[in-house]
Write a protein that binds this ligand. Structure first.
Ligand SMILES: Nc1ncnc2c1ncn2[C@@H]1O[C@H](COP(=O)(O)OP(=O)(O)O)[C@@H](O)[C@H]1O
Ligand SMILES: [Mg+2]
Length: 327
């Protein structure tokens, strides 16, 4: 623990403009509870804070013992802390409707007499569709700018990176679309005798979309505003997962805030005559802690103990927050 060079508290002090934080890592390592603790901590600092889950399998309602599905609900005594599970189904339906309108319009524009449904099927049935709908939802929250601080409880493993990588793919795709649309349009204008200017909702939509993606990318790659934290346990698999994760993030230019090690068995609770099972787990954890210091070194921001119960409700979350952001 004393190996930490820059702890979470120092990190926050060094990044006074920080506004968007994320927690990633393997399933079950404690991303949701860390996100909850960080949100309560931020609210305690006097910032109006939103904790939003973009994970289709939500767990914030369970964490706070309140229904926070579909709209932001206040979850702390300070009255400035909100939790919000994004309604994926509604988002997907809305996006499908939008796409349907665009495709119908486009087919009419291009004089193509095909059933629009075939196009819509192929556009919305692919597995990335749900993720892009969630991504759109997330950046909508960011653009609305109604909070001082945002904590995102992201989907496990590769999804978070895909989510962000997508902004790059999106802009490439849109650029291609725009180019071929411009070509089609000038061809149409050349062939047409009428010089009247046509309104082009698809083009407007694409341009607007491109701007939104560029803006999202600006925010998400700004290391003054954004930080991704990676949660691991002192165990080999979660360490391997975040090692891979962190490298991907560097490649994408997404700011890595650091590593949080969770569920470390408190040494002062374990003695020579403790159960063998416990002593074995402690020695396994010790070995993996050495690995962690070797791999992540000065990126480790906190080492959080395994509590005697699960983390649920305000009291436990505040206890966790004290361990996560120690001064
Ligand atoms: N330090 C800890 N001590 C005790 N229980 C913990 C601790 N961190 C997390 N938990 C529990 O572990 C489980 C998984 O945590 P969760 O935050 O849901 O993981 P994730 O979001 O990464 O899947 C939950 O039941 C949570 O209460
Ligand atoms: Mg979770």
């Amino acid at each position: 623990m004393n190996n930490i060079t820059i702890n979470m508290n120092n990190f926050m002090t060094n990044h006074p403009q920080l506004k968007y934080i994320f927690f990633g890592g393997k399933g079950g390592v404690g991303k949701t509870v860390m996100a909850g603790a960080a949100a309560l901590w931020s609210a305690k600092q006097g910032r109006k804070t939103l904790l939003a889950s973009t994970n289709p399998v939500h767990s914030l309602s369970n964490l706070f013992g309140q229904n926070v599905f579909g709209k932001p609900v206040m979850v702390c005594d300070e009255q400035n802390c909100y939790a919000f599970e994004i309604d994926t189904r509604e988002t997907i339906e809305r996006s499908k409707k939008e796409i349907r309108e665009k495709i119908n319009w486009f087919l009419k524009f291009a004089d193509i007499t095909t059933k629009a449904e075939d196009f819509i099927e192929s556009a919305t049935m692919n597995p990335a569709f749900e993720e892009s709908a969630m991504f759109e939802n997330m950046i909508d929250l960011m653009f609305k700018d109604e909070y001082d601080f945002y904590v995102f409880d992201t989907a496990p493993t590769a999804n978070a990176r895909r989510l962000l990588g997508m902004s790059k793919v999106y802009s490439l795709w849109v650029e291609k679309m725009l180019k071929s649309k411009e070509e089609a349009k000038s061809l149409r204008e050349l062939l047409s005798f009428s010089k009247k200017k046509e309104k082009d909702p698809l083009l407007d939509y694409l341009l607007n979309f491109k701007d939104r993606m560029a803006h999202a990318k600006d925010l998400l790659t700004d290391d003054a505003l954004t930080a991704f934290f990676f949660v691991t346990l002192p165990e080999s698999l979660p360490i391997a997962v975040i090692t891979r994760f962190i490298n991907w993030f560097y490649e994408f230019g997404i700011p890595v805030g650091g590593v949080v090690v969770n569920m470390v068995i408190p040494k002062d609770q374990v003695h020579k005559d403790s159960a063998e099972f416990v002593r074995n787990r402690v020695s396994m954890q010790n070995e993996h802690m050495e690995q962690i210091w070797k791999i992540f070194g000065d990126k480790v921001r906190a080492v959080v103990p395994l509590f005697e119960t699960e983390v649920k409700g305000d009291a436990m979350l505040n206890r966790l927050a004290d361990q996560l952001v120690r001064s």
